[in-house]
Design a protein around this ligand. Structure first.
Ligand SMILES: Cc1ncc(COP(=O)(O)O)c(C=O)c1O
Length: 390
């Protein structure tokens, strides 16, 4: 069988063996319910406490009781937006988010708008950086929450989180950040960066799918969105997913430990990829910030052809990439992120996201770029659009 190459690590990663080893005993040996009062329950509770401590320490939370487990990044984002908007309704019904947020944020905002809330969507510049002057302009007396993602999942741009955190506090507004793509790529210090609420997820950092967490600084009010039990200090009902929580704790701890080493590896791979691409392919552009970025996400628009066609032909060669975020990859609409960055629809339609992971090698890149070059030439030969005219 031909070798398969996975360049879609921003969509999800495999579960590392150290994470799996942490999880496995929780399925058949330490299988108690952490809410139970007997020894089985207490053992499970100790596992959950350990994971909470690991996450709190990785993000420099003041206390581990500021970490709440969720079913993933999507639930954490929904909870942050709706839970805070509702809890502070008496102060105002206005929130501010960036235009390039993940749909977990944008769709939650749309639901709030149906309830009569107002949402301001702050534009970004062509690099994908939130325009700080526009952000300041958007904040009003009745604004309760600002949400700006730490790292964009499609183009990899890193926002000025510390500046935004400080600004929110100067204006007495709560600051939430979606750090799903940032954890493991950046040092996240919730105290230093003045982050009040932060979403994370397991499956982007070699942890399991269907698990995440929301950091909520003590003192911040947040309404529940899932009721039905006294778990998570009465904030989120439902029996805790102990194996996945154990996995998340380990994954966050490891991701935080190997941070600079991983980014250095990805920096070298990125440079290599770009030099190979320049040698073999013409008429394309790189999207996202040139420097203020994570190193493992590369978003490239190939002029004159469709990203979906590139993706499918690469897939036939055993090479996995994506056209944007995994959650919207089945939609044929141009990416809202690229659109917000001012990229024309016909250019955005030709975009591919390559995202490296722990297993990616230069040999993978050699194969991927060689196949890509053949595919781009083939598609352009049958495309009615002229790549050179962009
Ligand atoms: C920036 C961002 N936020 C939120 C999510 C959703 O996380 P999950 O897949 O854990 O629900 C993702 C996943 O793609 C993401 O990239």
């Amino acid at each position: 069988m031909e070798r398969k190459i996975y360049l879609d690590n921003a969509a999800t990663t495999y579960v590392s063996s150290e994470v799996l080893n942490e999880m496995l005993p929780c399925y058949n040996i330490l299988y108690g319910n952490p809410s139970s009062l007997h020894s089985f329950g207490r053992e499970a509770e100790a596992i959950v406490d350990r994971a909470r401590d690991r996450i709190a320490s990785a993000i420099n939370a003041k206390s581990s009781n500021e970490i709440y487990f969720t079913s993933g990044g999507t639930e954490a984002d929904n909870w942050a937006i709706k839970g805070i908007a509702h809890a502070y309704e008496s102060k105002g019904k206005h929130i501010v988010v960036s235009a390039i947020e993940h749909h977990a944020i944008l769709d939650s905002c749309a639901e709030l708008e149906k309830e009569g809330y107002e949402v301001s969507y702050v534009p970004v510049n062509p690099d994908g950086l939130v325009n700080i002057a526009e952000l300041i302009h958007a904040i009003r007396r009745d604004t309760t929450l600002v949400s700006v993602m730490a790292v964009n999942n499609e183009v990899g741009t890193i926002q000025n989180i510390k500046t935004i955190g400080k600004l929110c506090h100067d204006f007495n507004v709560i600051f939430h950040t979606d750090a799903v793509q940032a954890i493991g790529a950046l040092k996240l210090d919730v105290q230093d960066m003045e982050i009040d609420v932060m979403s994370i997820s397991g499956h982007k950092i070699y942890g399991p799918k269907g698990i995440g967490a929301l950091y909520v600084r003590n003192g911040i009010k947040i309404d529940s969105i899932i009721s039905g039990g006294s778990q998570e200090r009465n904030k989120r009902g439902g029996t805790l997913n102990v194996p996945s929580i154990a996995g998340l704790g380990k994954a966050v701890e490891s991701a935080n430990k190997n941070l600079s080493e991983n980014q250095q590896k990805y920096r070298i791979l990125r440079k290599y990829f770009l030099s190979k691409l320049a040698e073999n392919v013409e008429h394309y552009q790189l999207n996202g910030h040139a420097h203020q970025r994570v190193q493992n996400i590369l978003n490239i628009s190939f002029y004159g052809i469709e990203g979906e066609s590139i993706l499918m032909l690469l897939d036939l060669k055993g090479i996995a990439v994506s056209t944007g975020s995994a959650c919207t990859s089945k939609s044929l609409l141009p990416s809202h992120v690229l659109k917000a960055m001012g990229i024309a629809d016909e250019v955005a339609q030709g975009s591919i996201r390559f995202s490296f992971g722990k297993n990616t090698s230069k040999a993978d890149i050699d194969i991927a770029v060689a196949e890509l070059a053949k595919i781009v030439t083939k598609l352009r030969s049958i495309s009615p659009l002229q790549a050179g005219r962009f």
